[in-house]
Design a protein around this ligand. Structure first.
Ligand SMILES: [Zn+2]
Length: 410
């Protein structure tokens, strides 16, 4: 094992790798998993890793676990990466690829990280997994709990899309719907976990082990391109865990000598709820909460990303990145354009395309770039905005003659 412990991003204190921790016990800041990269460099070959069976766990040396027998997996990761020429034209760049994360087991990016959290729950001997969520994490936690033979409890805003909560309940979760938007749910939930009154394994925003699963974006994108990273990676962002950890993943690969440069990262949020975008454009080091406005992109409608948001800002600055807020109309248009490529994506995922298009239009991205947009969730996860945009005729064919007659008009 090359996982050597946890280090606080605030006070720098380190903790043993077998400690069951969420935040730093000394200063309540986030913890970051640390590894023996020097040891890894001499003992692990990138092409040997690439030849292993597909999925997040092919990168197990770079994940914070101690017992591979504890791994809880549903075959997450290694989602398709697809070149999309029509979308490239729409967005205005030379070469556009999408990472289609709706292909994960429960239909969203969350499986990449929840597989790690569920594995840690088994390592630590918990019997219940819990989280707060805008919906995708809830259904993922419920699925991985079921897979591990554990129970789950999930807290979601009252207006969470029905397919997401349906999935969670189907997998056996105790669903608690809360009157409030996500950041309000998050504040209450974190207080509950911190109280120590519940003995659940928290798969929420403070879990340092879960974060690490999101590094797999970097590993997969680098490997997909033969260890030549693209110019830019664009991600939809709520708290920004996927962005901050993709950045860590790319830096790890560079430290290991597996890639020779780093990409630029871009965060895209819904303009009506864009605390990270606003703080980034203002040059702040800490994310200031915003007042949430109405948006269809519910999966990324976090008004107060807290400590995680600060890490996201740091990753954006380090990568020379950028950030963009897009309107619901832009998100829906991007979703329709994805449909023209055969891709079924929820609005919260489609914002990546919309954000890229705006950045090119505003001359903040060079049209000659090779760009990867991460599409974080399946259209099945948030079907209403899509259903509202299609017309299903009410005519019913009753016999062959009618079928033939109708067909002659097409
Ligand atoms: Zn600390």
């Amino acid at each position: 094992m090359f996982f050597t412990g946890l280090r606080c991003v605030g006070c720098g204190e380190t903790h043993q790798p077998d400690r069951d921790l969420l935040l730093c016990p000394a200063c309540d800041n986030l913890l970051d998993a640390i590894y023996d990269y020097e040891g890894m460099r001499h003992r692990i070959d990138r092409d040997a890793v690439a030849a292993r069976p597909h999925g997040v766990w092919r990168w197990h040396e770079l994940l914070p676990i101690l017992d591979r027998d504890a791994i809880v997996t549903l075959g997450e990761g290694d989602t398709p990466i697809l070149r999309c020429n029509r979308l490239a034209e729409y967005a205005g760049v030379r070469e556009l690829w999408v990472k289609s994360d709706g292909s994960n087991p429960t239909g969203s990016l969350k499986d990449r990280s929840v597989t790690v959290a569920a594995t840690k729950a088994v390592e630590f001997g918990y019997s219940v997994l819990s989280c707060d969520s805008t919906g995708n994490k809830a259904s993922s936690v419920a699925a991985y709990a079921a897979r591990a033979g554990l129970s789950s409890v999930v807290f979601c805003p009252q207006d969470t899309p029905l397919p997401k909560v349906t999935q969670a309940v189907f997998f056996g979760a105790r669903l608690m719907r809360v009157d409030g938007h996500y950041s309000e749910v998050n504040a209450m939930y974190r207080r509950l976990i911190k109280s120590g009154e519940v003995k659940w394994y928290d798969c929420g925003t403070d879990n340092p082990f879960r974060y690490e699963g999101k590094k797999s974006y970097a590993y997969e994108i680098a490997q997909d391109f033969g260890w030549k990273v693209p110019d830019r990676v664009v991600l939809p962002v709520n708290g920004g865990m996927a962005l901050a950890k993709s950045w860590k993943g790319f830096k790890e690969l560079k430290e290991l000598g597996w890639i020779d440069r780093l990409p630029t990262l871009v965060a895209v949020q819904a303009a009506e709820c864009a605390p990270i975008v606003q703080s980034f454009l203002a040059g702040e080091q800490r994310v200031a909460p915003v007042k949430k406005g109405p948006t269809i992109s519910s999966a990324i409608a976090g008004a107060d990303p807290g400590l995680l948001g600060d890490r996201t800002l740091k990753a954006l600055y380090e990568s020379g990145g950028d950030a963009m807020g897009v309107s619901d109309d832009e998100a829906l248009r991007a979703m329709e354009m994805l449909g023209k490529e055969g891709l079924f994506v929820e609005p919260s995922g489609a914002v990546a395309i919309a954000g890229l298009r705006r950045l090119v239009a505003e001359k903040r991205v060079d049209p000659a770039e090779k760009v990867v947009c991460v599409l974080t969730g399946s259209g099945f996860k948030d079907i209403d905005p899509i259903a509202e945009r299609v017309v299903i005729g009410d005519a019913i064919i009753r016999n062959y003659d009618e079928m033939r007659a109708v067909s002659s008009t097409i």
